[in-house]
Design a protein around this ligand. Sequence first.
Ligand code: F0G
Length: 353
Amino acid sequence: QKCPFGVIENYRDRLPMDGIDEIVTLGEGSTPLVPAPRLGAELDSSVWIKVEGSNPTGSFKDRGMTMAMTKALADGSKAVVCASTGNTSASASAYATRAGMTPVVLLPQGKIAAGKLAQAVVHGGRIIQVLGNFDDCLRIARELAENFPVSLVNSVNPYRIEGQKTAAFEIVDVLGDAPDIHALPVGNAGNITAYWKGYGEYAADGPASHTPRMFGFQASGAAPLVLGHDVDDPETMATAIRIGRPASGDLALAALDESNGLIEAVTDEQILDAQAFLAAREGIFVEPASATGVAGLLKLKSESRLEPGQRIVITVTGNGLKDIDTALSRTTLSTEAVEASTDKVAALLDFHS
Ligand code: F0G
């Protein structure tokens, strides 16, 4: 069955699709690579933002989920399971439902943004709130998949990484080559692993002349890769990356090493400032965790640790509408009530003819 859209259709010859006919897709990928001139001026570089919140369920997870669900369906799975800080559960619920499979999602209780929980609910996810954090949820999800007939669709599933690497392909296809630096948030460390794989494959056989330096950024209260050890009680307002034991940590460290990259921590304050900058100056509304790459580069710049004149791509991973509570928590909603009269509104606005 030919499917006219989605990352599998676009990059089928670079994905492990042998023996698979039926594709599960919602039209993910082909997300905008938006030039960010004001951020570029701050960083003294040419900057593009890869807006992954434009995917069908509002985050980059959809790229991996089309592959993981396509594979699970081909294997005859009836149910899938994932642990999630929110976005994976939203994506898994949508794609599993689309494929006619039952989604089971394990969430750290009380630590999921409302928009993401709403997505899992409306897509018919079997939602289990675990009295623990993401790392506990992932341990349980892995054990369920080992012992029961249910497929694991977290990014430890190699098909997830395969799907997510297509974001690197798209960037090179648009820019004509790889950037000098690619910056992104790091939580469970699947996405940085996937980008590095994609850039490497494109550099190996033609489309790109080189690979970028990978710059990963974690929240300071949940920064195991920066600290060099697991964190038992990770804490950050950027709940999407509230993770203390990144499952793909070793692969991420290898990517940083091979790419001459770096991994650093940024505070919640710096993350929220970056989120506000993107929204108010560039017109791009992302969820807090998604602004971590921007926060990291602004931090490097402020410490005179960023060379000028670089070509920089920053992935913003999820849509701002997923977590409006955090976005509004630092603003006072000032609205003014006025009579339903154009003259009155014009006067209020200080408009004079
Ligand atoms: N940004 C957002 C918005 C995320 O949801 C995640 C991960 C990341 C960044 C980090 O990506 O884990 O590949 O390093 N969210 C997962 C989830 C853990 O369950 O939705 P990573």
